[in-house]
Design a protein around this ligand. Structure first.
Ligand SMILES: CC(C)(COP(=O)(O)OP(=O)(O)OC[C@H]1O[C@@H](n2cnc3c(N)ncnc32)[C@H](O)[C@@H]1OP(=O)(O)O)[C@@H](O)C(=O)NCCC(=O)NCCS
Length: 196
């Protein structure tokens, strides 16, 4: 069995990434019961405060399969972001995230994605990081575009959500991380608009 991956404290311009704490449970509960999170993530419906407590104490604990950080802004819980191992020998992983509703639209996830991708490539030696989202999740597409991910591809039935297949967007970034967008946002919009 592989060793658990460490959850280092990492700093961005706006965010601090750190392991989750019990005191994050209330913020996790609010984020997980938010309609946008329920629409675009696999968070269970009927989420309870007990589930939030188990998320911060058990699910996000160090594991060989994933690194899950709490995002902190000005001392408050502002969301969660994770790197999941897809194939350890290939240095391949994927990225997942959600911002607490009170912190959206101020660049929190853009900063967190940049920090996490740098960690994947520079510290873990990964070769690729994959992002997937529901087709139409423009708010999720922006942070990866700003980090330098290529224009996403539309894939019908890409994702399984609560037992149903849904259309998705996918993009894979290869090491080394670029220092910013590699295309214009207009190019992303033009490529994806018909599938949104
Ligand atoms: C997607 C999400 C993580 C983005 O987090 P955030 O901290 O608000 O992200 P940022 O502020 O760094 O960037 C979001 C950008 O998308 C834009 N955006 C958000 N919703 C949008 C929409 N419906 N249409 C177009 N643009 C949108 C924001 O205006 C912002 O762009 P700007 O900086 O040019 O103004 C957040 O909306 C969220 O938690 N959504 C629910 C869960 C989710 O979808 N997770 C991702 C699953 S793949």
């Amino acid at each position: 069995m592989s060793e658990p991956l460490a959850i280092p404290v990492l700093s961005g311009d706006l965010v601090t990434l750190r392991p989750h704490r019990e005191s994050d449970a209330e913020g996790v509960f609010q984020r997980a019961t938010d309609p946008l999170a329920q629409r675009y993530t696999t968070v269970p419906l009927g989420y309870t405060p007990e589930m939030a407590l188990s998320y911060v104490t058990e699910f996000t604990a160090p594991s060989p399969d994933q690194i899950c950080w709490a995002i902190e802004v000005d001392g408050a819980y502002a969301g969660s972001i994770d790197l999941r191992v897809l194939e350890v020998d290939a240095g391949a992983g994927s990225l997942g995230y959600a911002t607490h509703q009170d912190f959206r639209g101020r660049g929190v996830m853009t900063d967190a994605v940049r920090v996490v991708v740098r960690h994947a490539f520079e510290d873990l030696g990964w070769q690729t990081v994959r992002w997937e989202a529901h087709a139409g999740n423009w708010g999720s597409a922006k942070p990866v575009w700003r980090t330098g991910f290529p224009v996403p591809t539309f894939v019908p039935d890409l994702l399984v959500e609560r037992g149903t297949l849904v259309d998705g967007w996918i993009s894979t970034l290869h090491a080394p991380a670029p220092h910013g967008p590699v295309t214009s946002w207009d190019e992303v919009r033009a490529a994806l608009e018909r599938s949104a």
